[in-house]
Design a protein around this ligand. Structure first.
Ligand code: RIB
Ligand code: CA
Length: 328
């Protein structure tokens, strides 16, 4: 696969808790010619680990990429037992935007026997080229890898995380789901010293809303990816309309897809360097990403944080990529 002017594709590993928005992110990473999706690793999150792994396999089979290896990851938060990691809405209710199983055929392809933790350790220790890591679920698998060998961060040219919120969360007023579901893991990742950490919080993803009209265009592409994206995003719009709350009618954020879009269309977000710490103790604020945006901020920035995002860039990329992937 050769894509950019220098003839280089970017080697990417996605870490997912698939989920409707993870599904769109996976399709974008698997089908965009500028990305070499080396593997997908899974984690507990939107649904329990067996379902996030099964859903990931469904997505890759549906778009003709069963060759992308899927490695099952960590099934629970690293430091908490019984801490809620599942949906805060009744499963399969009209406000449950994921369901347990995605509405795609059951997978034919099986997950790999090697666990995500083993796979990531071996791959990052042995790689001769930089790897871009894109975690878009709770950070339990990535933190477990770092606990085993912190030096593997040096093989990662950039880690692009969907998570956190500055203005307001979606699980609590303070916390966004991915960080809240495993705050100790998130704290480890933010303090791990990655050479470049890009954070795409709710503040950005809530600006990149995809509409019902966009879904109609995706469906009209007539490709497997276009149809799947239209169905999954429509489900999200229905759930948001039923009470999730968005800023525009008949639209929804597709959080995780914004991270993948950024890899090939960086102008989809606007970032600034900020020091980010994760609250792990506050009774009301556990899982909050505390961002020091003060003019007189103290402490070294450890993240490039997106505070703006452009829906038109995201939608254009989805239409182009899923349209061109029609023959797959
Ligand atoms: O808060 C949004 C995030 O939580 C997304 O990654 C979604 O898939 C869930 O994991
Ligand atoms: Ca996710």
């Amino acid at each position: 696969m050769v894509w950019d002017a220098a003839g280089v594709t970017r080697k990417v590993i996605l870490d997912v808790d698939t989920g409707t928005d993870d599904a769109v992110a996976i399709m974008l990473a698997a089908l965009h010619p500028g990305l070499d999706l080396a593997a997908v690793t899974t984690v507990n999150g939107n649904v329990p680990l067996p379902a996030t792994t099964d859903n990931t396999l469904r997505v890759l089979d549906a778009i003709g990429r069963p060759d992308v290896p899927v490695h099952p990851g960590v099934a629970h938060p690293i430091a908490r037992r019984g801490f809620p990691g599942q949906t805060h809405f009744k499963r399969d209710s009209d406000r449950d935007m994921h369901g347990t199983s995605l509405p795609l055929p059951a997978p034919v392809t099986a997950a790999r026997d090697t666990s995500a933790v083993e796979f990531l350790l071996h791959t990052l220790r042995d790689t001769t080229e930089p790897v871009t890591l894109v975690p878009v679920g709770p950070l339990s698998t990535i933190a477990t890898v770092l606990a085993a060998d912190p030096s593997v961060r040096d093989a990662v040219d950039e880690i692009v995380i969907m998570g956190g919120a500055h203005a307001y969360g979606n699980v609590t007023p303070s916390a966004e789901f991915n960080i809240w579901a495993d705050p100790e893991a998130a704290a480890m990742v933010f303090s791990a010293g990655f050479p470049r950490l890009t954070l795409v919080p709710l503040d950005a993803t809530h600006q990149a809303l995809v509409t019902r009209a966009d879904c109609a265009k995706l469906a009209e592409l007539g490709t497997a990816a276009g149809r799947a994206a239209a169905d999954l995003i429509t489900r999200r719009i229905d759930a948001y309309s039923a009470g999730h709350g968005v800023h525009a009618a008949d639209s929804a954020p597709v959080h995780d897809a914004v991270c993948v879009a950024y890899l090939v269309r960086p102008e989809v977000i606007t970032t600034r360097p900020v020091r980010v710490e994760v609250e792990t103790a506050g009774a009301l604020t556990v899982g909050r990403t505390v961002m020091d945006v003060r003019p007189n901020a103290t402490g070294e920035p450890n993240a490039q944080v997106a505070f703006q995002a452009r829906a038109e860039v995201l939608v254009d990329l989805l239409l182009t990529t899923f349209g061109e992937a029609g023959q797959r």
